[in-house]
Design a protein around this ligand. Structure first.
Ligand code: GPP
Ligand code: MG
Ligand code: MG
Ligand code: MG
Length: 347
């Protein structure tokens, strides 16, 4: 089995892509001080994460080929990987404004940097544009170029409808617990997270190798979407039970009135008195109200409930992976590698 890529190896590709992006902006005579702003936004927002999504592209390509990649193949696959990181950067810069978040990756959110503020909205758009600049530069001649372009467009739209549902299910001014349900939850997380975080990197790897036929894409989707749902449930769990120093962000789901996995689980098991505690404290922008909800989550033993869920979902995913037919070019290892990266994650 070929070696998995390292963060260091993956990050070593970025300067070359950044140079392409800056050269592209320079063609439009973007003044030097504005170019420096774009450079800063790229470096702060696209670099510095775990790069799980991005690194999954070269890893998947290597597993699909069953060997280590040549330098040229690695560069191509890592370039597609960096596009998923640019898409993620575009989403996170925007999401942090919408969620009124404080920190990201252990530093202030981009919109909270000195002198940035709402310019962050335009920076987010430019992070998205960077994807298509790189695609054109490096994949214009690839037989699957239009599939790659359409894949990014479709996954972006899927994420946007998920984000829309996330926001509309969490109105700031009126808390109504009847609004939440596990079926609404599933819609939100499948669209806002699973497609771009799980399906996208593997679909990119399949297209790079011209294995992106409808049957392979469908099989990949049928496993990666439930896996992505599990990943967002972890994110919701960590929002409350994770350590901010460790996860690099401060949880906001309770104060933001989010239709999170934890509140949905709580609603299934609360007594009428406990439900009253939720009614009176959930979704309020106040530390004391938030603390009351956190205490209730502990009383309801939601941490243990999450750990039980995790074991059962991982058992199911492993069964589904074991049943994959590899004759069409798909490889179980692609999915096993992805699952291994997230199982029992604590950040
Ligand atoms: C994660 O939700 C979802 C996204 C980052 C997608 C945002 C989509 C847009 C179209 C902007 P989250 O708010 O739980 O993430 P986090 O906990 O990292 O803030
Ligand atoms: Mg958020
Ligand atoms: Mg959000
Ligand atoms: Mg979250």
């Amino acid at each position: 089995m070929a070696q998995r890529t390292t963060l260091q190896e993956f990050e070593s590709i970025f300067p070359k892509l950044e140079a392409t992006l800056l050269a592209h902006a320079q063609k439009y005579n973007l003044p030097a001080e504005h170019l420096a702003w774009y450079k800063q936004s790229l470096e702060i927002n696209a670099v510095g994460g775990k790069c799980n999504r991005g690194m999954s592209v070269p890893d998947s390509v290597s597993i699909l080929l069953g060997r280590a990649l040549t330098e040229e193949e690695y560069f191509k696959a890592a370039t597609l990987g960096w596009m998923t990181e640019l898409l993620q950067a575009f989403f996170l810069v925007s999401d942090d404004i919408m969620d009124s978040s404080i920190t990201r990756r252990g530093k202030p959110c981009w919109y909270r940097h000195e002198g940035v503020g709402m310019i962050a909205i335009n920076d987010a758009f430019m992070l998205e544009s960077a994807i298509y600049t790189l695609l054109k530069e490096h994949f214009r001649q690839h037989p699957s170029y239009i599939d790659l372009v359409e894949l990014f467009h479709e996954v972006t739209f899927q994420t946007e409808i998920g984000q829309l549902a996330d926001l509309l299910t969490a109105p700031e001014d009126k808390v109504n617990l009847d609004n939440f349900s596990m079926s609404k939850y599933q819609f939100i997380v499948i669209y806002k997270t699973a497609y771009y975080s799980f399906y996208l990197p593997v679909a990119l790897a399949l297209h790079m190798l011209e294995l992106g036929n409808p049957a392979n894409l469908k099989t990949a989707e049928s496993i990666l979407i439930p896996m992505g749902e599990y990943f967002q449930i972890q994110d919701d769990y960590l929002d409350n039970f994770g350590l901010p120093e460790h996860i690099g962000k401060i949880g906001t789901d309770i104060m933001d009135n989010k239709c999170s996995w934890l509140v949905n689980q709580a609603l299934q098991i609360v007594t009428p008195e406990q439900r009253k505690v939720l009614e009176d404290n959930y979704g309020r922008k106040n530390k004391d109200n938030e603390a009351a909800v956190k205490t209730l989550f502990n009383e309801l033993k939601l941490e243990q409930r999450y750990l039980d869920y995790e074991e059962s979902v991982v058992t199911d995913l492993r069964k589904q992976i074991a049943a994959i037919d590899e004759s069409s070019g798909l490889k179980k290892g692609v999915f096993e590698a992805f699952l291994a990266k997230i199982y029992k994650r604590s950040k």
